[in-house]
Write a protein that binds this ligand. Structure first.
Ligand code: MG
Ligand code: FE
Length: 166
């Protein structure tokens, strides 16, 4: 099977990760009162940077790169942009909800890419994207398990009239 769609989807994923890096950095810089969440996000920023490099490696295997109009221009789907806007919210709970949705968007994207790589007989791409997928799953799980803590802290802080937002 030819790899036209695979190339396209790898480029989309590359744009997605570049966007993720920006949003996570913005989020981390606003989380001084939520050190656990901040730490996890900082860890995921490092993972995300490596994911960008891994995707560039995958595109190289197919004789292409990310420097296309698509990557520079449109960057993300409408969904990604909507979620990105929410992640930029000056409120930790809303940003947390959006992050959880974003991680699941990434999970779905990599599942499609892995299937396409398998069908195009690209085992290395399949394996690399499976490594990335595991990091996204771990991040989504972490957010799923901690979102109620964050909400709890947020509401307590607000009750005590402390600065709760970030
Ligand atoms: Mg990612
Ligand atoms: Fe992620």
């Amino acid at each position: 099977m030819e790899s036209k769609h695979l190339i396209d989807w790898l480029r989309d994923a590359h744009a997605m990760e570049k966007q993720a890096e920006k949003m996570l950095k913005a989020q981390a810089s606003r989380l001084e009162h939520y050190p656990q969440l901040e730490q996890r996000i900082v860890k995921h920023i490092e993972e995300t940077k490596r994911q960008v490099e891994k995707l560039e490696h995958c595109m190289g295997l197919l004789g292409t790169d990310a420097s296309t109009i698509k990557d520079l221009g449109a960057q993300m789907t409408a969904f990604g942009q909507a979620i990105g806007g929410m992640m930029a919210e000056d409120e930790v709970v809303k940003a947390g909800i959006a992050s959880y949705a974003f991680e699941n968007f990434e999970i779905a994207s990599y599942k499609a890419i892995i299937k396409a790589a398998d069908m195009a007989s690209q085992p290395e791409i399949s394996q690399v994207c499976n490594e990335i997928l595991q990091e996204e799953v771990a991040m989504a799980e972490w957010l799923s398990q901690h979102l109620d803590d964050v909400t709890h802290q947020y509401l307590l802080r607000e009750d005590e009239n402390l600065r709760a937002k970030t």
